[in-house]
Each structure stands twice: as structure tokens, then as C-alpha cells.
Design a protein around this ligand. Structure first.
Ligand SMILES: NC(=O)c1ccc[n+]([C@@H]2O[C@H](COP(=O)([O-])OP(=O)(O)OC[C@H]3O[C@@H](n4cnc5c(N)ncnc54)[C@H](OP(=O)(O)O)[C@@H]3O)[C@@H](O)[C@H]2O)c1
Length: 332
């Protein structure tokens, strides 16, 4: 077996065609596909199962993983790690931290761990997952793809009303205040979470590079573009936003993409995400990428002092300590 590819939110709009591309193009990989709801009643999980059934030669499993629960993330990592040690699953070659959440119509929601739901799903749980699984990578390393977005960078996203920020008081990221402008505040929480994961990944790479046994693992932050057919626009958004995307943006895509090259269908970024994860694109590099081009992330995300503060706080939020990650130099 070539190794295992772990994808979170594997029934998402980008993820399903990514899984199909992986199976069709690289059938020797084992696919570990995590979903929040693994029941057959959930339409996109059913669609994921149908995709798997078309490729009986591929070793693939769907696993339940709700990223709003840190204990579930840690339990999942323990189980997968045990399976890899027991050689029931091959060592990891890639993790795609693809799952995401936003709520542009409601107040901040708090998970059972006491964190803002958007921030926990998009940042804290993905941090916990990757740090727990580092020693389960193949000896020749692999790649971790963190999904960023133009939302991380002030002044770019059309839906932005309040610029994303890493605040002086980092607790505001996990306990944001409500605002009467629910759409603006919801997108702010999303943008903040994408800014956090983008900034955090710089610090993560510095620790990986310094560790002799983990330096062959590279992490990249990847903005897949504005995916006009994303399910993100079907739920937790105002009806006006949903209708605008459905009846104006989607039909105008062939024209709009000339002026806005980042506008595309999820299936177009799906193949890119897999090629990136398999280290076929910018091999061995640790870039921030827009589509598949090396780019500069926002100035704030590149601020090393902020990256380090976020790194330390994220360990605490994600309940990562010396005993549960292979990245020992993070605690020196
Ligand atoms: N769409 C865009 O325009 C765009 C632009 C820039 C960046 N991105 C990034 O690209 C990635 C893929 O986006 P997409 O458009 O494919 O999004 P999507 O269709 O909304 O998929 C998101 C996935 O995350 C899962 N998820 C949500 N809450 C979860 C939880 N608590 N636990 C586990 N999984 C959970 C969803 O599962 P459920 O259905 O079960 O909730 C879904 O499978 C995301 O990281 C996104 O931020 C997207």
C-alpha cells in the first residue's frame, strides 16, 4: 500500500470530487474519510458512500468525527494511531484539514468544550488532529494541507464587514461577542479562524523543520478559491445570499471567471488539493498557496510574534502536551 490519506469533512463540496479524483488517479492509497454524520440518511454521506462503491479496488473507510468535540478528536487520533501501529492501516502520507463551518445568520455558538463553534471546527480541532498524528506519518514524510481562504486577509472577501484580526486578547477568538449584524459577525468569526490557521501553520512548520524525525513532513496553507457551488452558500446564510449565489453568481461563472480568476467550481480545486497533498505540487515546500500558486498571506498572518502567541495558546486550547504529540521541541 502506498500510504494513507486522511481527509476531514470528506462529504463536503470540494472533498467528494477530491476523493473521486484520488480513487481514479491514485487507487493504491488508503483513504480515511471522516464525516460529522456517518448515517446513510445524510445525503452527502450517502453520496460519499456511492463514490466509494464505484471503486471497489480502493481501500477506503468512512469514519465519524465531529470536530466540535475535542475528546472525539483525541479518541479518533488514538484509534487511528493504534491501527497504524498494528499495521491494519498504512502510515499517513497526507492529511487534508478540509472540514469547515460558518454561521452567518446566528449568534456565536459555544461547543461543549466551551469554545466558539466556528473557531473550534476550523482551527482548534484541526490543530489537535494533526499534532496527535505526527508520529504516524511514513518515514519519508508527507504533507499536511491546511485550508485557508481569502477571508483570512482584510479587505478581500465580498462578505467581509469587519476585518479579520488576531486580537491582543486571544480569548476573544474562542469567546467572541455577539453583534446585531449577524452576517458580518459570522463572517468575521470565519475569517478569524482562517487567519488563525494560516498564522499558526508558519509556527508549525518552524517546529517541524527543527525536528530531525519530523522534518520531512511539510505543511501548506491552501486557499482553494471562491467555490461558487459550495454547500457553504446553502445553509447558515441569509436567503438573499443563497439566491444571489444560486441564480446570479453560478450562471455567470463562465463570464465572471475572466475578471475573477479565483471563482471556480469545487471540482476544479478538488484535483489540485489532492496533487498538493501528495507533494506533486511545490514538493517539499511549506508555502501559502492561492489556487496552486505560491503567494503571500496577509501581513498579520506573517507576524512571527503573533504566530508564536497563537501557537502557545493553540496547544492549550487543543489540549496538546508533551505526552500526546511527537513534536517535542514545541515544549522546550
Ligand atoms: N467554498 C468556498 O468558496 C471556499 C473558499 C475558500 C476556502 N474554502 C475552504 O475550503 C474547504 C472546503 O470548503 P467546501 O466549500 O467544500 O465546504 P463545505 O461544502 O461546506 O464542506 C465542509 C465540510 O465540513 C464538514 N463539517 C462541518 N462541521 C463539521 C463538524 N462539526 N465536524 C466535522 N466536519 C464538519 C461538513 O460536514 P456536514 O455537512 O456534516 O456539516 C462538510 O463536509 C473549507 O476548509 C473552506 O473553508 C472554501
Amino acid at each position: 500500500m502506498a500510504g494513507a490519506i486522511l481527509i476531514t469533512g470528506a462529504n463536503g463540496t470540494l472533498a467528494i470530487p477530491a476523493v473521486e479524483y484520488l480513487f481514479r488517479t491514485y487507487p493504491k492509497y488508503t483513504a480515511i474519510l471522516t464525516v460529522r454524520d456517518d448515517s446513510d440518511n445524510y445525503p452527502t454521506t450517502r453520496k460519499l458512500r456511492e463514490t466509494i462503491s464505484r471503486y471497489p479496488e480502493v481501500d477506503a473507510s468512512i469514519r465519524k468525527l465531529d470536530l466540535t468535540s475535542l475528546s472525539s478528536v483525541h479518541d479518533f487520533a488514538t484509534t487511528l494511531s493504534d491501527e497504524i501501529i498494528a499495521k491494519r492501516v498504512p502510515p499517513l502520507k497526507a492529511i487534508l484539514c478540509n472540514a469547515c463551518y460558518w454561521n452567518l445568520v446566528g449568534d456565536p455558538e459555544t461547543t461543549s468544550d466551551g469554545y466558539d463553534k466556528t473557531f473550534q471546527i476550523n482551527h482548534i480541532s484541526q490543530v489537535a488532529l494533526v499534532l496527535r498524528l505526527l508520529d504516524n506519518f511514513a518515514l519519508d514524510g508527507g504533507r499536511i494541507v491546511m485550508f485557508s481562504s481569502e477571508a483570512h486577509s482584510p479587505g478581500r472577501a465580498i462578505l467581509e464587514k469587519f476585518p479579520p484580526v488576531i486580537p491582543e486578547d486571544l480569548n476573544l477568538l474562542v469567546r467572541p461577542v455577539a453583534n446585531v449584524d449577524k452576517a458580518g459577525a459570522g463572517f468575521h468569526r470565519y475569517g478569524n479562524s482562517k487567519l488563525a490557521i494560516t498564522a499558526w501553520t508558519y509556527a508549525f512548520n518552524r517546529f517541524l523543520e527543527k525536528d530531525p524525525s519530523l522534518k520531512r513532513i511539510t505543511a501548506v496553507t491552501y486557499n482553494p478559491g471562491s467555490l461558487v457551488d459550495s454547500r457553504l452558500f446553502d445553509r447558515n446564510v441569509a436567503t438573499s445570499t443563497r439566491l444571489l449565489v444560486q441564480y446570479i453568481v453560478q450562471p455567470l461563472l463562465p463570464l465572471a471567471r475572466h475578471q475573477y480568476p479565483q471563482m471556480r467550481l469545487a471540482s476544479e480545486s478538488a484535483a489540485d488539493a489532492i496533487e498538493l497533498a501528495l507533494d506533486h505540487v511545490h514538493p517539499g515546500e511549506r508555502y501559502y498557496l492561492e489556487l496552486l500558486e505560491k503567494d503571500e498571506s496577509s501581513p498579520e498572518s506573517r507576524d512571527e510574534v503573533k504566530q508564536e502567541r497563537l501557537w502557545i495558546k493553540s496547544l492549550e486550547w487543543a489540549k496538546i502536551n508533551k505526552t500526546n504529540t511527537a513534536l517535542q521541541n514545541a515544549f522546550e
